[in-house]
Design a protein around this ligand. Sequence first.
Ligand code: HEC
Length: 85
Amino acid sequence: MKKIFFVFLALHVALFASFIKVCQNCHGKTFEKRALGRSRVVKNLKKDEIIQRLKYFKTSNSIMKSYASRLSDKQIKQIANVFGR
Ligand code: HEC
């Protein structure tokens, strides 16, 4: 039973790491950078604000549109929980 839990956990972490990789190119490994010198530093934002911004980007003209559109609500929540304040 324990083994199954750890396999599940490892898969979960690997999956998260894979969809977050593209973001890190612009935002930095821990979202500590100003993406393209333009964005705010995401790791300094509140969880709620990150969720709100990513949902907004889905229908925006921002460079973020294509990246945000690919995220599910669940993935958006995960990102906010891991990187937000
Ligand atoms: C090509 C570079 C690039 C990539 C890749 C990218 N971003 Fe961004 N991101 C930006 C820029 C530039 C802004 C500011 C955009 C704006 O305000 O219109 C931004 C803004 C944001 C913001 C809001 C910060 C603010 O200024 O309000 C969040 C949250 C965010 N990005 C998360 C992500 C996530 C999560 C991913 C991956 C799914 C991602 N970004 C991928 C460049 C990028």
